[in-house]
Ligand binder design. Sequence first.
Ligand SMILES: *Cc1c(COP(=O)(O)O)cnc(C)c1O
Length: 472
Amino acid sequence: MDDIEAGLTAMEKAAAHAIAYRRQIASAPATPTAGYGAMFEAFNAPLPDEGGDAVAIIEELVASGTAGIRASTAPRFFGWVIGNSHPAGVAADWLASAWGQNAGNVLAAPTASAIEAVAARWLLELLHLPTTASVGFATGATVANFVCLAAARSEMLRRAGWDVEADGLFGAPEVRVLIGADAHATVFSGLKYLGFGERRVVTVETDALGRMLPAAFERALGTDGAPVIAIAQAGQINTGASDPFVELAPMARERGAWLHIDGAFGLWARAAPAMEEQVLGVEQADSWATDGHKWLQTPYDCGFAIVRDAEAHRRAMAISASYLPPPEGGERDPSAYVPELSRRARGFATWAMIRQLGRAGIAEMVERNCRVARNMAERLAAEPGISLVCQVVLNQFMVRFEGSDAADGDALTLEAVRQVQADAIAFIGASQWRGQWVMRASVCSWATTDADGDLAATAVIAAWRRVQARKA
Ligand SMILES: *Cc1c(COP(=O)(O)O)cnc(C)c1O
């Protein structure tokens, strides 16, 4: 077999392995049977001097690596906030790789660029955001937040008479950055990259669900006329709650502040009529970051940076180079909305997932995931010794396993989490909230049914009884 044929056969083999893996996913171990150490050992060979055979390489990857693959596409996977990598999105993504498209610009990748433009419009319609907003297809919400905040920085400083793209931050008017006390850690990374600093922020007090208190927000905005960027969120990582945009947005507008929303998963409540009230008023913001690889179920990686002021978005991101003329016909150049030039064609998987589920399918999935979370939480809370940490408002919930005191409760909670993971009927992780350990579940998968929620709740209760029996 020549190298070309071997490579093509390797693609076939990889597809066959991938399909076989997904066929058995419901019965795959909920926790990988091998961890990092074993996997490092399995692959830690000397740098190869000579090339190898493509088929053998893929066979080796599958044979050695499968034990350390986490079953995050299993229907009862409730760890972190991870989407399902839906087969339709994976298939489209295979083509993105196989076609080898560099989705940097319209000339290099006409289909990839055009499909992004269409998927961008669909996204805005799905999320009921301004149809004139611009959309950058990024790696995830971390980078999408960064992109949106770069646009915010550009525009707020431009209004203050400063060109940050040309002149940088030294000597620029000071920008005040407000952020809720329960914001996601990754937003601080964006602030770090942008020269705002992780620490140089005004932290706004939050309520029991992690929502900014409007009075505290108003105070933090200040009245001194300094440029302000306010960062709110849709979907707190532990509680699923969103900031009260209906109250915050008019305050920000009145003050001339830029309001950004980190809506990595929570923004998708906007796509589900039954959950929409969770994010009322979110459309009044100036920018929104969200993920494709969480609730839209695209494969990793995929996120979207959405900016009301498309000009500010392009000013912050567009790359100019002699060999990269801007499109003549007003076409949308993908690289004008994200930091990278050469980039993955994320439009294929996004387009495929929206086609696959449709407006109705996305609404049904979001509503079902939220219902499963609510029902699981209710069943657990009815069990002696298990208490719900706060009310369930979206797809996330936390429970605590009660001990004789706070430290004992922490220990029992971690033990219950370990037992649930060892029993392997469902995967649920631990988190910390308000200084205490909790078991935190995230229901964020197209594959999860009501029956899966029931099975998982039963498994958690059984695990808890085993933990208690050991203590007795
Ligand atoms: C997941 C998440 C992020 C980070 O998104 P990535 O896709 O991991 O980059 C940011 N904010 C919130 C609220 C999240 O849930």
